[in-house]
Design a protein around this ligand. Structure first.
Ligand SMILES: [Zn+2]
Length: 143
């Protein structure tokens, strides 16, 4: 019987130790997996742009109150495809980055609107596609 209790204690303490170690390292498996997949899809998107002969791409940030300054400053910036560096001028820029890109040919297809989140109602609204994150921030977040 004491052996049985000791085994249970080892399992409980082991699990607690392992969870604590993961917590210390900031490991949270789901976001990490998402970031890996975001990085992989960025690589695929970039190679797709190269294969299709796209010359430039535009970074699109997310127009809401959770967007960080780094991503906000990259919003609507245009870069040459042959100078793209994932993490530097091609998203993801950090873990949990929600930025995306479009090519210059897609810019022309745009209907002139882009989605944004109204911080008061928390609903999706449409703003002119020329509105940058800093303009959105001035208009909706810095009231
Ligand atoms: Zn971002």
């Amino acid at each position: 019987m004491p052996v049985f209790i000791a085994l249970i204690l080892i399992v409980i303490l082991g699990t607690a130790y392992s969870l604590n170690k993961r917590k210390q390292k900031g490991i949270n498996s789901t976001p990490q997996a998402q970031d890996y997949s975001h990085f992989q899809s960025a690589k695929e998107q970039l190679s797709h742009y190269i294969k299709n002969g796209s010359k430039e791409y535009r970074v699109l940030g997310t127009l809401d109150s959770s967007t960080c300054d780094r991503c906000g400053n990259m919003d609507l910036k245009v870069f040459p495809v042959d100078k793209a560096v994932i993490g530097k001028n091609f998203p993801p820029f950090h873990n949990g980055c929600r930025c995306t890109t479009i090519t210059s040919s897609n810019i022309k297809i745009s209907n002139g609107k882009r989605a944004a989140r109204d911080p008061i109602t928390n609903r999706i609204i449409y703003v002119p596609d020329t509105m940058s994150y800093s303009e959105y921030k001035d208009r909706f977040l810095n009231k």
